[in-house]
Design a protein around this ligand. Sequence first.
Ligand code: BGC
Length: 471
Amino acid sequence: MNRKEFVKLGLALPLLNLYSKHVRGMEQMLPTVKDDFVWGVSTAAYQIEGGYNADGKGLSIWDEFVKIKGKIKNGDTGNVACNFYDLYENDIELLKLLKIPAFRLSLSWPRIFPNGIGTSNKKGVDFYHKVIDKCLKNDITPWITLYHWDLPNDLELKGGWTNRDIVSWFGDYVDFCTTEYGDKVKNWMVLNEPLSFTGAGYFLGLHAPGKKGIKNFLAAAHHAALCNATGGVIAKKNVTDGNIGTTLSCSWIEARSKTSKDVKAAKRYDAIINRFFTEPLIGLGYPIDTIPSLKKIHDYYKPGDETKLQFDFDFLGIQNYTREIVKHSIKMPIVWGKTIPPEKRSVDFTANDWEVYPEGIYKLLQKFDAYKKFKKFYITENGASFKDVISDGKINDTKRTEYLKSYIKSVLKAKEDGINVKGYFVWSFLDNFEWAEGYDQRFGLVYVDYLTQKRTIKDSGLWFSKYIAGF
Ligand code: BGC
């Protein structure tokens, strides 16, 4: 679908309804923020771009992983996704119409370096120049993640994250990108959720590249942690006046009972989910005190690594969706614990079975603030998947709006209580390719019809737009 067709398909129509009666009054009693708080939406390259082999792009581990039968729900792939590769101008205009000031996107490493290292791909490099320029022209501040899980497949063939050489491959990539775009882009995030891509990709085999086992995990995790800090150092050096951070997936963890077994299991969960990639950055190393079996990670150490794991980021990006209740279990190695699904706990939950627990985002901000080492925080992802129904060209997604309101309220309470949280990004701008869930889960403020590529702003998107425009 080309640009003209896209517009013809009625993009303008929902925008006319932007302040429709239906939406008026949805802006419940949320506090307003009048300072430099950043409001934005988040996306990731593989989840929205499509154009998987366009204009000299190399294949990523996800381009390969989706080919394996049974790995992705309904056999979906990100080959086309939201076709942001062709429709980026329209999508950025849509952001402008929604008055969204900040747009978080990621760079596809294999679009820029088809083989991961070596010669860059001019058309890929130019694509991101065009995206950035279009944002800037529309007064939208781009926030760029350097790595959101789409490793060049050629590097995976050399061991990917389990190969220590990745520290220099990644360093060169970061050096190139921050030099190339650093004059225009000031806000950078080095990694998206290192625990997710090493845990799901190298331990559980649920995400690309589908590797399993503790050895793969520990090697990949240590190298990712080294890349996190190394990438930070390089970005800081290259970007004048840069705001350099990284992002971590965090969940509020509680034990099912007060028994020592459950309490210990919850502590181990917390150590893996909330501390594993946080504490090495500030010189505390990995949480081996809580999970002694993690000691094996030292097999991958080289002299000087304690120092190389540290970097004083300008900010930490907190990504939170839910809370986990944990009980002891002998089935899951390392953490020796199991989460209890929300269905069994009489609590609200989303379409992908995540408990709605807005208090958790407040408690997590408090938890990270208590380290007294992080200068500031942004919520770089928060949002919800619910089953969306189109009726009369509208999507009345009240549950998503209520979810967002409740989490934003919690974030703003943390701010009021003195925590230096400086921004909030909704996951996600558009419905998109939700990894192993394919297109089954929809997190967007904007609905995407994947057959026609028509965009329809959901009521949650209209609400968010109206809410932030009020500042
Ligand atoms: C990831 C996104 C993902 C979202 C919802 C985050 O962990 O960064 O890529 O789509 O959660 O599952």
